[in-house]
Design a protein around this ligand. Structure first.
Ligand code: TRP
Length: 458
């Protein structure tokens, strides 16, 4: 039977509050900035299909497992896993999942804050009309002038880290719920409006075709790994963020339905972002595979030619800042809770230490777009390396360990009493996905993409 432990950090006021917070964590730059540009780099339709399959067969089962761990452990990720392994008489070394997660969160936040800084810079530029009447060449030059200036990037990065620090210092639940309730629907409406604009003004048919028509000749194992990594990244999986949010969940709530809703919302936002962006990329002659600058250049061209674009664009970028903000909070919350519980420091102190660390690491990403462009590790810039290491290695590895731990090493009746799945069939599907499909798929994709010859084993 589940023991009704509660978190010493309080509880969500309702199931909806949890859904909102988890959606706030999931929906962020990953959906609107990263999904379109990596889809552009990886050939479109086939990549999107693989991404969606990864969300369904790998993402959702792991999400359930992760929320389960938090809901049962009720502590920071390391201590929760240690508590559960004690109870289940398993090795306490499974705590490594928690350590890896805290590290991944900080590494991701370090570059996430830099990109969120670009969003802030763009909202100011749009508000002041700097982008009016700009064309594709102008938009490219404007983007280049921003990222080539390390001081400006550092200033925005610092501001973003400070606003993140302020919220986490106050405690995640106060404020977060109400912010998400108001801002998420607004972001969705604006995104829909953008899709409509793009349908009227852009090459909608070609954009849609690019995004939906599967051309599997474009796909390599590396792109499958990137799609899978994106599923982890976009759903905020593999690092303990949802474990911490799950630990604030009251014990009588059923997990699966909530997780499916979050995954559905997250995927909808990503697909809408793609639908808004690709038609404009094509109609304005921009490059599909240009990388991290894609949405900034595309959207500025769109806002420049749209009636009321200045106002609309400003609001859009501001909402994007908020989306990034609610995500960045969840990236750092595991480390904060860990510092508070383990070292008995105040929340303010924990927030200061954790965000300072992320701020400092962020300098690596800042210089990788300008003065440090030529610093290459495994042929990647510092930003590319951090992104690759976290999304494609650390998060999937965390995910494998989580599903193996939950799927195989925890007694069934405990899982059943926490997950509260009523339907027998769904229960069966979940066990099969968490025990077999998800771990095997992740291991298979990682081995292939990292260059091991799978044929050797077959
Ligand atoms: N999911 C967020 C996005 O799409 C980023 C994010 C927040 C995240 N918390 C996370 C990614 C935890 C991985 C793990 O923008």
């Amino acid at each position: 039977m589940a023991i009704n432990r509660t978190s010493s950090h309080g509880e969500w006021s309702s199931r909806t509050a949890f859904i909102l917070a988890a959606t706030g964590s999931a929906v962020g730059l990953g959906n609107i900035w990263k999904f379109p540009y990596i889809t552009g780099e990886n050939g479109g339709g086939a990549f999107v299909i693989i991404y969606i399959l990864c969300v369904i067969f790998i993402g959702i089962p792991i999400m359930l497992a992760e929320v389960y761990l938090g809901k049962r452990g009720r502590l920071n990720p390391i201590a929760s896993i240690k508590y559960i392994s004690d109870k289940e008489k398993r090795s306490k070394n499974w705590r490594i999942i928690g350590f890896m997660g805290i590290l991944s969160g900080i590494l991701i936040l370090s570059y996430y804050a830099v990109i969120a800084g670009w969003t802030m810079a763009y909202s100011v530029r749009t508000a002041f009309g700097n982008l009016n009447n700009i064309d594709a060449t102008g938009a490219a030059a404007m983007f280049e002038s921003l990222v080539s200036d390390p001081e400006r990037l550092l200033a925005w990065h610092t501001i973003f880290i400070i606003i993140t620090a302020i919220v986490v210092a106050k405690g995640v639940k106060s404020g977060l719920e109400s912010a998400v309730v108001r801002l998420m629907p607004a972001l969705l409406v604006l995104l829909l409006a953008l899709v409509i604009f793009s349908a009227i003004e852009g090459e909608f048919y070609d954009g849609l075709r690019f995004m939906l028509y599967p051309d599997f000749s474009q796909i390599t194992w590396k792109s499958v790994l990137i799609a899978m990594g994106q599923a982890f990244f976009s759903l905020s999986l593999g690092m303990g963020a949802l474990m911490v949010y799950g630990s604030y969940l009251s014990s009588d709530i059923s997990i699966p339905q909530t997780c499916v809703i979050v995954a559905l919302l997250d995927t909808t936002v990503a697909l809408l972002a793609g639908l808004a962006i690709f038609p404009i990329v094509i109609s304005s002659g921009l490059e599909m595979s240009q990388g991290p600058g894609l949405i900034f250049q595309t959207l500025t061209v769109a806002f420049a030619s749209m009636p009321g674009g200045q106002l609309f664009g400003t609001i859009f970028f501001i909402l994007l800042i908020f989306a990034a903000w609610t995500s960045s909070i969840s990236l750092i919350e595991p480390m904060i809770i860990w510092l508070i519980e383990k070292y008995n420091v105040t929340r303010i102190k924990a927030a200061t230490i954790a965000t300072s660390f992320a701020w400092f690491l962020g300098i690596g990403t800042i210089v990788s777009f300008n003065i440090g462009k030529d610093i290459k590790i495994f042929n990647m810039t510092i930003f590319e390396m951090l992104d690759y290491l976290t999304s494609n290695i650390l998060l999937p590895m965390g995910g494998i360990l989580i599903t193996i731990f939950v799927g195989w090493l925890i007694s069934k009746e405990h899982i059943d009493s926490e997950l509260k799945i009523k339907s027998k069939i769904i229960k069966l599907i979940w066990y099969f996905s968490a025990r077999v499909i998800a771990p095997i798929a992740v291991i298979f994709v990682m081995l292939n993409a990292l260059g091991f010859n799978i044929n050797f084993f077959l």
